[in-house]
Design a protein around this ligand. Structure first.
Ligand code: GLN
Length: 618
């Protein structure tokens, strides 16, 4: 390769790479900037002053990444896009019954400013002016003169920043808004609006004049795509119920008299405004915000529509064109053969666990738990012999949908009748996932919850060991002769080793070994329990009588983890120097001990490999 080619490749590799979607949006921007048809809205005089060259795109993913292209930071008035957010706000604020009694959910098939009402004299839906003014009326019925502030605050939470108002546009629309005034008085005549019509209109005009950028719109739309949680602030802005209803009406009516065509061709819930903005939201994926003031005859931004169209067709984003493989929810499914919790068991306990490994079944799940995923899990569970204990690990599950929670409750109830204990792991007590599951299962049967999968497996192992009569007493002890590390020593050799070692005792909670200290001795546990832990608190192992710790001192110079006394502990400590003395006196036996150590390490390695295999089998 020639030098300059080499160095230019290196330069490209060093530059922060723009992700593929970023390139695509830039490409859209340059392609459609050449599209100059349409005109800025002029029925609100102030809007006709818009710069026709402005063109910005924002796209916010639900994991909180925002792509921006072009004039994505230029402010403009939100106009009708506010209708979607104020509708969601009204559903939560006054409740769906009142909102649905006043405003329909049918597409009108007419322009946004149509004055026509349904046969029972209600606005067709909340995405046209009549319905939106009625919505502002509902907010006003709760908050009176504070209604606009309520709206501004809600929209600010959707966007994640304090949004201001373009007073000039507000005044301009108020001065020329007779058509909206006519609509509002007509609604008042039919008691759809009950308060002061002029005040309600001011709320509406002002909400339309709230200033946003394409980036803001992207985050606001992504909040709708994320079941009401702003993906940047992580705050719940509106309820999932309100979000689903808002997206429904956006789908059927968000683009006015172009709505049917829009669903058919683009298939993404969207809403446009005469300020030149468009939002589009794909549930579970992203929110898009575009800004370009040139409008078509429906009042929709020409370039914005192009961006939505090409994005949808290029990436196949039509929301009715979906595939979802429920099997992907299960990342691992195993019984505890060959794997176990980090508690090392006494030999007789291990025999019980080896004999009854099928009694504990673990299914590890990933992603959002939906009705379909959970149905698959219940079928999968039924395929094999029933375990006595069933652990569902949720550490990779971010959300549990109501449908999944209902199936979990039914499953827990069915399993309880055949004495299967259901255990959830990998979730904290104060988490949304646990709130959902515990609410659904509360009245059904008792379920257990552990922060960590390892704790759940250990608890389940205890149940199995107990059930088969193997439970050891915490006061049990083992002589040195039971140490696996010392297997094969003669009585004389044991006696000599004991004489070289120092008896030690430790009390509960005492640190016996500290990570980073020189590794200068081996401990043989005679009674009590210890845990080996990393600084982070992660437990590597729990050990009891008859087991050794610190044994890696035979190989390494430094301690790699802490060892804590979980109970009062007695042990024998053998210094490395004393061990060397011992080896000089008993060369064959010294070799034997090193061989035993290698065998113990090999056993641990096999266990670790079994776990890795379990996870990579899916
Ligand atoms: N404020 C504008 C109006 O009521 C909003 C219309 C729109 O964006 N489609 O006319």
């Amino acid at each position: 390769m020639n030098d300059s080619l080499q160095s230019s490749r290196e330069a490209i590799a060093r530059a922060a790479p723009l992700p593929a979607l970023g390139h695509f949006l830039n490409h859209c921007l340059t392609t459609y900037a050449a599209e100059n048809s349409g005109a800025a809205a002029n029925y609100i005089p102030e809007l006709s002053k818009a710069n026709p060259a402005h063109f910005g795109i924002g796209l916010a993913t639900i994991d909180g990444h925002v792509y921006e292209a072009g004039d994505s930071a230029v402010e403009f008035t939100i106009q009708s896009i506010s209708k979607a957010f104020v509708f969601a706000l009204a559903l939560d604020l006054v409740g769906p019954e009142r909102v649905e009694a006043k405003i329909g959910v049918e597409p009108s098939g007419e322009a946004f400013n149509s004055i026509r009402l349904t046969a029972d004299n209600r606005p067709f839906n909340a995405m046209v002016n009549a319905g939106a003014i009625a919505c502002s009326g509902l907010i006003h019925s709760v908050d009176g003169s504070g209604a606009f502030e309520r709206v501004r605050d809600a929209l600010s939470r959707f966007s994640g920043r304090e949004l201001g108002v373009d007073e000039a546009v507000f005044e301009s629309e108020r001065a020329t808004g007779d058509r909206n005034r006519a609509i509002a008085f007509l609604l008042h005549n039919y008691s759809v609006i009950e308060g002061d019509v002029t005040e309600v209109l001011d709320v509406y005009f002002k909400q339309c004049s709230i200033l946003v950028t394409a980036r803001d719109l992207a985050v606001m739309a992504a909040t709708l795509a994320n079941r009401g949680i702003n993906p940047i602030s992580k705050k719940q802005v509106v309820s999932p119920y309100a979000v689903a209803r808002t997206l429904s009406v956006m789908t059927s009516s968000g683009m006015y008299d172009y709505a049917g065509e829009w669903v058919y061709r683009v298939g993404i819930p969207a809403k446009s405004g005469v300020g030149g903005g468009i939002i589009a939201a794909i549930p579970g994926q992203f929110g898009l915000g575009t800004f370009s003031p040139l409008l078509d005859s429906h009042g929709n931004s020409v370039r914005g529509i192009k961006v939505c169209e090409v994005l949808s067709s290029h990436f196949e984003l039509h929301v009715l064109n979906r595939s979802h493989d429920v099997r992907a929810a299960v990342i691992a499914d195993y019984d505890i053969r060959g794997i176990s919790s980090r508690r090392s068991r006494q030999p007789h306990e291990q025999v019980i666990l080896d004999d009854h490994h099928q009694d504990i079944r673990v299914i590890e799940l990933v992603g959002a738990l939906t009705f379909a995923n959970m149905d698959y899990v219940t079928r999968r569970l039924a395929e094999r012999a029933r375990p006595a204990l069933f652990i569902i690990d949720l550490r990779r599950v971010l959300a549990v949908m109501q449908g999944a929670a209902r199936l979990i409750a039914d499953m827990v109830r069915d399993l309880a009748t055949v004495s299967v204990t259901v255990i959830f792991s990998g979730i904290e007590k104060s988490s949304l996932v646990w709130d959902t599951i515990s609410a659904a299962t509360k009245t059904v049967a008792e379920v257990r919850r552990f922060d960590l999968l390892d704790e759940a497996i250990e608890w389940a192992e205890d149940q199995v060991i107990y059930r088969y009569g193997g439970f050891s007493h915490p006061k049990d002890s083992s002589p040195l002769t039971k140490q696996a590390l010392l297997a094969g020593l003669t009585p004389e050799e044991f006696a000599d080793l004991t004489s070289l070692a120092k008896p030690r005792t430790f009390h509960i909670g005492e640190r016996i070994i500290a990570a980073g200290d020189p590794a200068s001795s081996i401990f043989f546990l005679l009674s009590g329990m210890v845990s080996v832990k990393l600084h982070s608190g992660v437990r590597l192992a729990s050990l009891s009588h008859g087991m050794a710790f610190g044994e890696m001192a035979l190989i390494e110079d430094m301690r790699s983890a802490d060892v804590w006394a979980d109970t009062p502990v007695t042990c024998l400590e053998l210094g490395i120097e004393q061990f060397e003395t011992y080896c000089e006196r008993h060369a064959r036996s010294g070799q034997r001990i090193v061989h035993n150590l290698a065998a113990l390490i090999a056993k641990r390695l096999i266990q670790a490999n079994t776990k890795v295999d379990l996870l990579s089998a899916y």
